[in-house]
Design a protein around this ligand. Structure first.
Ligand SMILES: Nc1ncnc2c1ncn2[C@@H]1O[C@H](COP(=O)(O)OP(=O)(O)OP(=O)(O)O)[C@@H](O)[C@H]1O
Ligand SMILES: [Mg+2]
Length: 249
């Protein structure tokens, strides 16, 4: 579904990713974990074609992101990708309804009536009906997350990317976001990529976990593999120990 092969990315002299390989399987959720600055968001931006790799290849749903040269080609690939950014990134001047409708009206794949039906059906399944006429600042952060998820789901993407879906949320709302991810995954069957610091909580929505460190994937496995490993770097990260092989930046 997503294939990353031998991808490197540097900013000036800073090597962020170094010949990285990653395969994301269809219909499952892969979680990318790693300390702050490890390059998780950079990897996500490379997959979306927002940044370009220095070397290597990335395919999404059979399309080559790395060879896509025109914006039209990149847009074709992005039609398969839904993204829920950190802080939900809603449009402040648009109502909840218009935020959810935005990708539908923008890509013009659907008529106004079809778009309306889709918005209402998403609002029903995510319990957003009573907020449709509100502006983002008039609703709680938990509701904003739900709106962000509804907007990401609107075009029925094959792949959904979540960049730290829970950062800044209290534990109850955070749990609600995980429940929403799990439930919409079950109903819509997308391939998920979740970036998170929240260990071990994020494991509940992970089929597969990869840990990024020093530009490489240092471990790949199931949540159980991570919980039972004796790899000192993984153990340090999982438990948040200050002392250990990973130097805090
Ligand atoms: N556009 C850019 N220009 C220069 N440096 C960048 C750029 N984007 C990212 N970086 C650098 O690349 C490194 C990795 O950044 P990235 O945002 O991917 O980290 P991250 O793993 O997502 O961290 P966090 O968990 O804090 O979000 C950082 O040192 C960052 O400063
Ligand atoms: Mg990040």
């Amino acid at each position: 579904m997503i294939s990353v092969r031998g991808v490197s990315k540097s900013f000036g002299s800073q090597v962020v990713l170094s010949r990285l390989n990653l395969e994301v399987e269809q219909g499952r959720t892969t979680t990318i974990v790693g300390p702050s600055g490890a390059g998780k968001s950079v990897l996500l931006k490379l997959i979306m074609g927002i940044l370009s790799a220095d070397e290597g290849e990335i395919d999404v749903c059979g399309y080559s992101v790395t060879n896509a040269s025109s914006e039209a080609e990149k847009n074709q690939i992005r039609e398969n990708l839904g993204v829920l950014f950190q802080s939900a990134a809603l449009f402040d001047s648009l109502t909840v309804y218009d935020n959810i409708a935005f990708p539908l009206t923008q890509c013009k794949l659907q008529s106004r009536e079809q778009a309306h039906e889709r918005v209402v059906s998403l609002a029903r399944s995510l319990s957003l009906v009573k907020y449709l006429n509100k502006l983002p600042q008039e609703v709680s952060i938990g509701i904003r997350k739900r709106v962000g998820l509804a907007r990401a789901l609107a075009v029925e993407p094959k792949v959904l990317l979540f960049d730290e879906p829970n950062t800044g949320l209290d534990p109850l709302v955070g749990q609600e976001v995980y429940d929403l991810i799990a439930e919409s995954q079950k109903n819509q069957g997308f391939t998920g990529v979740v970036i998170s610091h929240e260990l071990p909580e994020v494991f509940q929505v992970s089929d597969r976990v990869v840990m990024l460190l020093r530009g490489k994937i240092i471990m790949e496995g199931t949540p159980d593999d991570f919980l039972s490993t004796d790899n000192p770097e993984v153990v340090q990260f999982l438990h948040g120990y200050v002392d250990g092989p990973i130097r805090i930046q």
